[in-house]
Every structure is written in structure tokens, then in C-alpha cells.
Design a protein around this ligand. Structure first.
Ligand code: COA
Length: 304
């Protein structure tokens, strides 16, 4: 009854409700673009499910299932599992040996995703990142939010006041000493920076840290980067910077925030769990599962 097939550009827009807004722009990829796999499921010509995968361009033996979605009324019939299997086979046919599936804990669909992955032989997922949602009014009552004064050698400043010379100095020191992890650069997606909440930190007149907030919507920001130079980190300066930034928004239309913590940042993970957790709206995790795909398994069986 169901027709499952690769869908060409011409008919992809009919399936656009069957993926997240984040991935909708991908539906206009050219048919010749071999990076993507689009598998659509139709019942009597009506779209009922869609799977999207992307082949890693740096290592074409790896690929991500980006999205798999079954229309509500067709769920729990084995369709998601069947579509995932076909996605795996299509990726394997294109030379992908290792499939990846990234998802978020704590969402209504998480149990279904996890059951589908387990049933389909994907490995136990690994934690990749902690995602925290916060309402500023609530968190501003936390005890650690109250200590925002800094010793005299330190000064915070609106990030928009960063001078060109300071910007160049930050980049020069990065090129020479790699003094911050590149993913915490303050200079990514600068057009999203919310000036009212983004702060820099100077220590003896040198820019040594930042708390950069990106505007997600009228009421929400995402803390894209919170960083303080390593030798000054243990003094809690990063938390003070965050506290100052949050205070700037209390009582304004921006009342919600989101930030993430990498799993290789044990100090911040500990701080979130012990001191912030009671004041957060939610803590969720980004998880990733892997699977060796058919083509490789066949190779292994043949060579065994
Ligand atoms: C995830 C999704 C694709 C599963 O599709 P589906 O067609 O319902 O999946 P299946 O019928 O093949 O079921 C797969 C497994 O999930 C289980 N399952 C499905 N819905 C479930 C739910 N709401 N709660 C718990 N388990 C659920 C099934 O019981 C089955 O496990 P089992 O074999 O151990 O019984 C579907 O729920 C969906 O489209 N969700 C919204 C989009 C989404 O979040 N996609 C994932 C991120 S990209």
C-alpha cells in the first residue's frame, strides 16, 4: 500500500510538513546534489513520511540521518522503522559505512526515537551536550546571581564597545596561543548578537573573556559563547559575567534563555548540576547513536 521512494526536487515541497523547520531549506537542494538522501513515503499519493540524510563531505564514509518523521495518524505501525532501514540501505549504497543519528532527550518524541533506534540495531547513544533552558526572572533569585561585583583589575563592558584593536588582539593571540576553544569564538554569526545582553571582560585593560548572547526570537536569547581566559577561570568570573548579562534583561521583553555545555567541560557541568539546576526551566541532552551500515557489514561477513 505504501510507496517509498527517493523524491526529486519537484515533489519535495509536498513533504515539507514532515520535517523540522531547520531542515526545510534542504528540500530545495538540486537533484544532482549527492550530499543528501530524501526518501518519501506516500499512501494513495498522499505524503505520509519523510526521511532526510546527509553524507559527510569531509569523510564520505560517514553520514547523518538528519530527520525522520511519520505523519501522526500513521505512527506506531512500523513505518518509521521501515523508512529508517531504507535510509540506511540508501546511505550504504552511496558508500556510507557509519551512520549517525543525533537527537534530544526529554522531548515528547524521544521514547519513540529511542525505541526505533534500539529496534533497528543502533548502538547505545552517547551524551554530546547539555542544553539548559532558563527563565531570567526565576534564575535571578539564585544565590550565585547576587555576587556580581568584580575586583578592581577587572571590568565588564558592552561587547559592542570592543575596539577594532582589541578584536585584532584577540585574534592574534588565538593564532599564536590558541587561548580559547575555537567553538567558543565570539565572532561567529555576529549578525545575531543581542547587544543588550552581550558583555566582554577586561583584565588590566586586556580583553580576556566574553558572554555572547544571540537573539533567537522576540523573547529568547541563546548564550552562544561564555568564556574567560583559562588562568582566570577558577575565580568564578564566567559565572559573574553570565549573572551580569542575565540581570540586564530582567524586566525586559527578553525573558528566556538557552545555553549549552559541552560534555568535556566538567567544571561547568558540575556548576549547572549543583548550583543552577533548581533555577532552570529544563535540562536536556543532545545524544548521538551510531550504526555500522549494511555495506560494511557485508564486507566484514565476506572477508571473515
Ligand atoms: C520517531 C517516529 C519517526 C517513529 O515512527 P513510527 O512509525 O511511529 O515508528 P514505529 O512504528 O516503527 O515504532 C518504532 C518503535 O517506537 C515505539 N514507539 C513509537 N511511538 C512511541 C511512543 N510515542 N512512545 C514510546 N514508544 C513508541 C514503537 O513501539 C516501536 O518500538 P517496539 O518495536 O519496541 O515496539 C515518529 O514518532 C515521528 O515521526 N515522530 C516525530 C518526528 C521526530 O521526532 N522524529 C525524530 C527526530 S528526527
Amino acid at each position: 500500500l505504501y510507496r517509498i521512494q527517493q523524491i526529486s526536487l519537484r515533489s519535495r515541497s509536498l513533504f515539507s510538513e514532515l520535517t523540522f523547520p531547520l531542515f526545510r531549506p534542504l528540500l530545495s537542494a538540486a537533484d544532482t546534489d549527492s550530499r543528501y538522501v530524501f526518501l518519501g513515503v506516500a499512501l494513495l499519493n498522499q505524503p505520509v513520511a519523510l526521511g532526510i540524510a546527509e553524507i559527510d563531505q569531509e569523510d564520505k564514509t560517514q553520514g547523518d540521518v538528519l530527520s525522520i518523521c511519520v505523519a501522526m495518524q500513521y505512527r506506531r505501525n512500523g513505518l518509521g522503522t521501515r523508512l529508517l532501514k531504507l535510509m540506511e540501505e540508501t546511505m550504504a549504497d552511496r558508500g556510507v559505512h557509519l551512520g549517525r543519528f543525533t537527537y534530544m532527550s526529554g522531548l515528547p518524541q524521544t521514547p519513540a526515537v529511542e525505541a526505533m533506534l534500539r529496534r533497528s540495531g543502533w548502538l547505545e547513544p552517547r551524551y554530546r551536550m547539555m542544553i539548559c533552558d532558563v527563565e531570567f526572572d526565576g534564575i535571578s533569585k539564585a544565590p550565585w546571581m547576587q555576587c556580581r561585583s568584580l575586583p578592581p583589575e577587572f571590568a565588564t563592558f558592552p561587547w559592542s564597545d570592543l575596539t577594532n584593536a582589541e578584536r585584532q588582539d584577540i585574534l592574534d593571540r588565538q593564532a599564536k596561543q590558541h587561548w580559547y576553544p575555537e567553538e567558543l569564538t565570539p565572532f561567529r554569526n555576529e549578525h545575531l548578537i543581542e547587544p543588550a545582553m552581550s558583555l566582554g571582560l577586561r583584565y588590566r585593560d586586556e580583553a580576556v573573556g566574553w558572554c555572547i548572547a544571540h537573539r533567537l526570537s522576540m523573547e529568547t536569547v541563546r548564550y552562544a559563547s561564555l568564556f574567560v581566559r583559562r588562568d582566570l577561570q577558577a575565580m568564578g568570573r564566567a559565572v559573574q559575567l553570565l549573572a551580569k548579562s542575565i540581570y540586564l534583561c530582567v524586566g525586559t521583553p527578553i525573558y528566556k534563555g538557552r545555553f549549552d555545555v559541552a560534555m568535556d567541560n566538567p567544571a561547568m557541568l558540575r556548576f549547572v548540576k549543583t548550583r543552577m539546576a533548581p533555577y532552570l526551566a529544563s535540562i536536556r541532552y543532545v545524544l548521538r547513536s551510531h550504526k555500522r551500515l549494511q555495506a560494511l557489514q557485508e564486507l566484514e561477513t565476506r572477508s571473515a
